[in-house]
Design a protein around this ligand. Sequence first.
Ligand SMILES: NC(=O)C1=CN([C@@H]2O[C@H](COP(=O)(O)OP(=O)(O)OC[C@H]3O[C@@H](n4cnc5c(N)ncnc54)[C@H](O)[C@@H]3O)[C@@H](O)[C@H]2O)C=CC1
Ligand SMILES: O=C([O-])CC(=O)C(=O)O
Length: 255
Amino acid sequence: MYTMIRIGLLGCGNIGHLIAKYREGVEIVALYDILHERALDLATCCNGRPYQDFDEFLNADMDLVVEAASVRAVMRYAEQILVSGKDMIVMSVGAFSDQEFYSRIREIAIEHHRKVRIPSGAVMGLDNAKIGQIGGIDRVLLRTTKNPKSLGLELTEKTEIFHGRAGDCIRAFPKNLNVSVALTLASGKDVDVELFADPAVDRNIHEITMEGKFGDAYIRVRNIPSPDNPATSYLAALSILTLLKNLDEPIVVGT
Ligand SMILES: NC(=O)C1=CN([C@@H]2O[C@H](COP(=O)(O)OP(=O)(O)OC[C@H]3O[C@@H](n4cnc5c(N)ncnc54)[C@H](O)[C@@H]3O)[C@@H](O)[C@H]2O)C=CC1
Ligand SMILES: O=C([O-])CC(=O)C(=O)O
């Protein structure tokens, strides 16, 4: 017997709309967006109640909050959400590149017996990267290529626009490289990032190279951009839907 999971949506943009459209076994009871008209608009497709006040949103009768808003929103609200007794799904995982913030949220989750779940988002291979916590991973490289428009740029040829560590990359591109921080958390290795803008591509391409005690791996994902936000891969929204669908599954596949 499966129960309906009651969620609150923090962020009613592109991913929020995809969750509302394709949800299964999930009831959206509350909606919050810094742009209130977006919460009002999304409420018309899912019967959830739009809130203008965050504290009132948090008091709604729900099991967990799904964040699909921004790195800043995670930093601002995560602690309050966990303390209020709700679990959390965090899409803007870039917030956790701040080590102090990460440790604090972890402590609060332990203290309040809550879970923070980070979906696989726009990449594949996070589950196996976790062996890095035990077997050891020597190097992780993420090479991301997007159309310049996704990065808010106008370019006529392929250009490398960032080369460095994940923590620095997410500060420069908080809407585009959350995946680099997810990979860092999974592998336990500060990920090297190369970011390219290429006007010839119409996909969000993530290439991951990993080397460690297990051997080596190369994973390439050529993601179709989301309908309403080309910076966000469609796969990322699907990963939240899948996570929600599997919360109550008795048999769990994957590491
Ligand atoms: N982990 C991953 O692999 C991925 C993470 N993301 C991240 O997921 C998040 C959502 O993505 P999309 O829905 O495509 O973005 P979007 O820009 O279409 O929607 C975000 C919504 O959140 C709202 N918002 C922003 N800051 C807020 C705040 N402080 N409080 C309340 N509402 C706020 C905006 O007004 C907007 O309506 C973004 O941060 C994006 O970077 C996106 C793709 C992959
Ligand atoms: O959706 C993607 O391809 C990646 C992305 O925006 C992010 O990691 O923030």
